[in-house]
Design a protein around this ligand. Structure first.
Ligand SMILES: [Cu+2]
Length: 132
């Protein structure tokens, strides 16, 4: 008799431990979900990569380095680096000026063509916009 009561207590203890473990696991995953919006600081990006008609300046490179759009599209560049970069047309039709960390620049491409651009600070950084 006594032994069976003891066994029942042990079983309930095990269940309580499992429930506590589940509760802790659930609250941990909830916390990491809550942290996710903080990592993506752009209003339009998903946090993992540039969205449609967006170019991210990341690791001293334009991502994507070649983007194809239709005439009338506005492209937004966002500086995801800590360093200052620029988005400067090779032919002088647009220039962002210095973009600090999280700085953005937009330009509307109204005519078809291939538009080369670069960063004035880092001359090896090059990008292309193809407008159809
Ligand atoms: Cu640069």
């Amino acid at each position: 008799m006594k032994k069976s009561v003891l066994n029942q207590i042990n079983v309930s203890n095990v269940i309580i431990v499992i429930l506590i473990t589940l509760a802790v696991t659930a609250s941990c995953s909830k916390d990491s979900m809550a942290d996710m919006p903080d990592t993506g600081k752009t209003p339009t990006g998903t946090g993992t990569g540039p969205g449609t008609n967006e170019v991210w300046i990341q690791g001293s490179a334009f991502n994507p380095d070649k983007i194809t759009v239709t005439a009338g599209t506005t492209i937004t560049w966002t500086n995801k680096d800590g360093a200052v970069h620029t988005v400067t047309s090779d032919t002088g039709i647009f220039d962002s000026g210095d973009l600090a960390a999280n700085g953005t620049f937009t330009h509307k491409f109204t005519t078809a063509g291939t538009f080369l651009y670069h960063c004035k600070v880092h001359t090896t950084m090059k990008g292309t916009v193809v407008v159809n």
